[in-house]
Design a binder for this molecule. Structure first.
Ligand SMILES: Nc1ncnc2c1ncn2[C@@H]1O[C@H](COP(=O)(O)OP(=O)(O)O)[C@@H](O)[C@H]1O
Ligand SMILES: N[C@@H](CCOP(=O)(O)O)C(=O)O
Length: 399
């Protein structure tokens, strides 16, 4: 288990970091160890609820330095995600390959679950160091880094990958693929307002527009054709989460497979633009992060992901005002085609199914006491049911 310590030269470090715990969802072919299942009644917090809020950085300014016991509290609450330790020497040698000066401090970031992230204060300013863990396919990294580079060059507020003396953005550190990217200021919104949704809609449309001339493509590994195989890997345990869930998902999947649209505008999508991946500063968007699910798919599917992640209240009600403001913000930049609007209910069902299934997979495959707590699949079951019941796109505030 990792602990925070200060070692020499005042650099705060996470020591003794562990391998990612077996069981988190991985792309097809990944082998997850089926572990002791969780009791669904001991439900985790719904993201965004007060108990799910954690400090942005362990040991950040304004907090007492973490003690082993305070670190343990965060670990046991399921917030720790620094898996790979970086020694001072390795970091120094790594930074010598860039024009960023030397490291002044290096702190593991607790938020996030997929990779190991460090905030590195250098002589030239703050940077984010990411070590890509086993869940990320190294073959996808040129796409992700190339996309961030492309978007940042077009004024999308996303991390800019830093190039070394050799012009490369991707190299290796502590046995992992690693990259340095620019640090973005701001905080993700814990209490989402219609204003946030409106700004998100505009930013998403600008991202889609800026991605139009990105030359690389990446298949969506969590698209409609991937849902049934993923379901089959956890179907046996679905009824433990809620009685009848297996049959309900089987039927909903069949409906989705039959109704999935074709011929909608395609392009680069973020595919995971949840509130914790969007930073705001003084009520305006200051950063879009976590491009590690980005792929080529229907642009309107990205809107559907956002409707689900931003427009439901903590108790499960759909907030049509938030949806309308999100769609208004989007359409002010990129008008939607009639076919995209008509397809929104089925796209929103698909987006709900995608996150329901990955959460279900994680739920049944994450051992008790794992470092990262799985998110509640039922949150997305209720969203799926909502979209299956809507009469049409008017339910999202579209006239
Ligand atoms: N470019 C960045 N600027 C500022 N903070 C960042 C940046 N990238 C990541 N972070 C911080 O690291 C956390 C985890 O990043 P994220 O990409 O979501 O990780 P993961 O893919 O492991 O979930 C974020 O919540 C944020 O606090
Ligand atoms: N947004 C997904 C989980 C993906 O985690 P991230 O930290 O990489 O955004 C969900 O809520 O299920």
């Amino acid at each position: 288990m990792g602990t925070i310590s200060d070692q020499g030269e005042g650099r705060a470090r996470v020591d003794g970091a562990t391998e990612p715990t077996a069981g988190r969802w991985r792309p097809a072919g990944g082998s997850a160890t089926t572990a002791r299942r969780r009791d669904p009644l001991r439900a985790p917090t719904i993201p965004g609820s007060p108990a799910a809020v954690c400090p942005k950085m362990l040991g950040s300014v304004g907090r007492d330095p973490p003690t082993p016991s305070s670190v343990f509290r965060f670990l046991s609450a399921g917030f720790m995600a620094v898996y790979t330790e970086v020694t001072d020497d390795a970091l120094d040698a790594f930074l010598e390959q860039y024009r960023v000066g030397r490291a002044l401090s290096c702190k593991g970031i607790a938020e996030g679950v997929e990779n190991s992230n460090y905030l590195v204060q250098t002589e030239t300013g703050p940077l984010i160091l990411t070590l890509y863990e086993k869940r990320v396919d190294p073959g996808d990294l040129p796409f992700f880094l190339g996309l961030m580079d492309h978007l940042a060059a077009r004024d999308i507020p996303c991390p800019t990958p830093i190039r070394g003396h050799d012009g490369e953005t991707l190299r290796e550190l502590a046995g992992r693929p690693a990259a340095l990217v620019s640090f973005l200021s701001g905080m993700w919104p814990r209490r989402i307002t219609p204003h946030h949704c409106n700004r998100l809609g505009g930013a998403l449309a600008r991202l889609h527009a800026a991605g139009r001339d990105f030359a690389m493509t990446r298949r969506n590994g969590l698209g409609v054709g991937d849902w049934r195989p993923l379901f089959e890997r956890c179907a046996d345990h679905a009824d433990d989460v809620e009685p009848g869930l297996g049959a309900e998902l089987d039927a909903a999947l069949a409906d989705l497979e039959a109704a999935w649209p074709g011929g909608l505008p395609l392009g680069v999508i973020h595919a995971d633009l949840f509130p914790d991946n969007v930073f705001f500063l003084r009520d305006e968007i200051s950063g879009l992060i976590d491009f590690y699910f980005a792929c080529t798919d229907f642009l309107a599917y990205d809107i559907a992901v956002c409707l689900n992640a931003w427009c439901f209240e903590a108790r499960g009600e759909f907030n049509v005002t938030k949806a309308r403001r999100l769609l208004d913000g989007y359409r002010a930049v990129r008008p939607l085609e009639a076919g995209e609007m008509e397809a929104l209910p089925v796209l929103a069902q698909g987006a709900a199914m995608r996150f329901l299934l990955t959460r279900l997979f994680d739920w049944v495959n994450t051992p008790e006491g794992a470092l990262v707590r799985p998110k509640d699949p039922r949150e997305y079951l209720y969203k799926l049911r909502f979209h299956r019941d809507v009469a049409g796109p008017g339910a999202y505030g579209l006239e």
